[in-house]
Ligand binder design. Structure first.
Ligand code: ATP
Ligand code: MG
Length: 575
């Protein structure tokens, strides 16, 4: 039912409007995927600014990735034309950076400290401990995990931790993982400064709260103060970062720490068709609590392929069919790769998988068929490395100094970046163009480097280009697409387990939630595919179907043996 409100809140339903309206004191909004949590968040900010007279600069919206902050900013710009520039929309890391920039001296940081990416930390650590880069990389990963869970580091981990801290102090850099922890330390030790920040951000909103870790929670808590206006938004069923130290009890802790908090639940799913909502509820083992606003829709398609190559062919063929064959490709070329305002574009399609290795077969098929695609980076850090490598190469270009090996270095760096970014088509020219755009957007190279260091996996996914998105299930959180393929639904991949090492109950539950997140990205069409044989850990294995598939009621699904032939598919050869 519509909210019956006027103004900004008219675009919300009654529950959403109630959540957006309670602007004083702590509030938790807990609701399932597609229920409009993020929509509520943006409208709540608009309501605060437009209807409650809260200065935009006093609002802080916080999310996990830069990509998500950009999404929030653009949605806000539509709601509040010209008035949102002052509203702070930050990732936890950019917030931490801002606080350390303002007061880092209190922690002994130099005024011009910078954020080191993993590549830089890895080489520094490898040199300091006289170990290989790979070993250093492993240590850094372990230390990062320990830091996120605020667990004590012992033995070689402890040594690595101390060495990294010393190296940072000597060279004037701060570890990406420390931005939030150091700010918490600073604010907790300096009540006067904390008070000033509380005066700056009188209204705080945090999206995807279910994935928050111990430090991130503490920074929210210290900024909100005791009866602070803190609104936390999330879905415990979508918690997928336990392996990285996210705190599964965050909503309970919030209720304990803020006893006056109100809890508001949203009950309708606006995103997905009825079959998708019903399947998703079955996956997490409960009756469909929320009602699908769009009860009708296609059944979910199941497909079993003989190999991962055949699986990719099915995905590619189905995309071609959905696009109406070569006409759609031609249209894509005419619009210069920008999303056409047709019924369905490539950007409306996402292919989600559990591990990055699965993308290779898909890329090969898409390349052959001329299906444009964009892939998120294999790991957060790999993306930074690629960009940093190009930056380093470009740095050599300054002035008249045209070193004879410059071209080779640039090409090698761009090539490395292209492989790492795996955008499918990154050429040297594209990479340079991309950097120019970024540099223009961020002013100078130093700022740019900072932005790159603050980026995470999902940031390298550009929603505006008309390309199919190839994403890990993790990177897909918060996003939605009319058409979603979830591939590789085999036991061992979904749930994921290393061969020979049984998974524990906790990680099994997290894998189930991850599958739930994947399925609930779909609006209209959902395709679930698996291969009976796959190259897996060095050999071809016959993997049984994912046990999660059995939880989907059969009446919601239909089996398809092959992609329907695309109209005039033969003409593909012309491209
Ligand atoms: P997730 O848990 O996956 O992040 P969410 O709860 O944040 O999901 P949104 O992304 O805010 O959900 O909303 C899902 C979709 O439903 C969006 O396209 C949104 O615009 C639409 N939607 C939400 N609420 C309404 C509403 N009251 N009227 C019309 N459309 C709505
Ligand atoms: Mg959301």
């Amino acid at each position: 039912p519509p909210s019956g409100r006027t103004g900004v809140l008219a675009a919300l339903d009654a529950d959403q409007a109630r959540a957006a309206e309670v602007v004083d004191g702590p509030v938790a909004v807990i609701a399932g995927p597609g229920s409009g949590k993020t929509r509520m968040l943006t409208h709540r900010i608009a309501h605060l600014i437009r209807d409650c007279g809260v200065p935009a600069g006093n609002c802080l919206a916080i999310t996990f990735t830069r990509r998500a902050t950009e999404e929030l900013r653009s949605r806000l710009a539509v709601l509040l034309p010209g008035r949102t520039r002052k509203c702070a929309v930050e990732s936890f890391h950019s917030l931490g950076l801002g606080i350390l920039k303002a007061h880092g001296a209190l922690l002994g940081l130099p005024a011009d400290f910078r954020v080191a990416d993993e590549a830089e930390r890895r080489s520094a650590l490898a040199a300091a401990l006289s170990i290989g880069e790979k070993a250093a990389g492993r240590l850094i990963k372990k230390v990062s995990a320990l830091k996120r869970s605020a667990a004590p580091a012992e033995g070689e981990d402890g040594e690595a931790l101390e060495t990294l801290a010393r190296l940072g102090r000597e060279a004037g850099w701060v570890d990406f993982d420390d931005l939030v922890g150091l700010s918490v330390e600073l604010l907790e030790r300096n009540p006067e400064i904390a008070r000033r920040w509380r005066g700056r951000f009188t209204h705080i909103l945090a999206d995807e709260f279910q994935d928050i870790d111990a430090w991130q929670y503490r920074i929210l808590k210290v900024l909100a103060g005791e009866n602070g206006n803190l609104c936390v938004i999330g879905d415990p069923d979508q918690a997928i970062y336990g392996f990285r130290g996210a705190d599964a009890t965050c909503f309970e802790r919030f209720a304990q720490d803020f006893p006056s908090a109100k809890t508001i639940r949203l009950g309708r799913n606006y995103r997905s068709s009825g079959a998708i909502v019903a399947a998703a509820s079955a996956i997490v083992g409960r009756a469909a609590e929320e009602t699908a606003v769009r009860p009708t829709g296609d059944s979910i398609v199941l497909h079993t392929a003989s190999s991962e190559g055949a699986e990719a062919v099915f995905v590619g063929g189905t995309i071609e069919t959905l696009m109406g064959g070569h006409d759609m490709l031609a249209a894509n070329r005419k619009t210069g790769g920008k999303k056409a305002s047709g019924p369905l574009g490539f950007a409306d399609v996402a292919v989600l998988y559990r591990t990055d290795a699965q993308a290779a077969a898909l890329r090969a098929v898409f390349d052959r068929a001329g299906i444009p695609f964009r892939k998120s980076t294999p790991a957060p850090i790999a993306g930074h490395e690629g960009v940093v490598a190009i930056l380093d190469a470009l740095a050599g270009q300054s002035g008249q100094d045209r070193a004879p090996d410059l071209q080779a270095r640039l090409e090698a760096a761009a090539d490395a970046a292209a492989r790492r970014e795996e955008t499918g088509a990154a050429t040297l020219a594209e990479a340079k163009g991309w950097l120019k755009t970024l540099a223009a957007a961020y002013g100078d190279e130093k700022a740019l480097r900072e932005q790159v260091a603050l980026s995470t996996e999902a940031d390298f996914h550009d929603a505006r280009a008309d390309r199919v998105s190839l994403l890990t299930m993790h990177a897909a959180k918060g996003l939605e697409f009319p058409v979603v393929f979830v591939v590789g639904l085999e036991d061992g991949l979904v749930p994921f387990s290393f061969p020979g090492s049984p998974e524990d109950a906790g990680s099994l539950a997290e894998e189930r939630r991850l599958f739930y997140v994947a399925v609930t990205r779909a609006r209209d069409r959902l395709f679930l595919t698996r291969a009976t044989e796959r190259f897996w850990y060095g050999k071809t294995c016959a993997l049984p179907p994912s046990p999660f598939l059995q939880d989907i009621p059969p009446h919601l699904t239909r089996h398809e043996t092959a992609a329907a032939p695309a109209p005039r598919a033969k003409q593909y050869n012309l491209f």
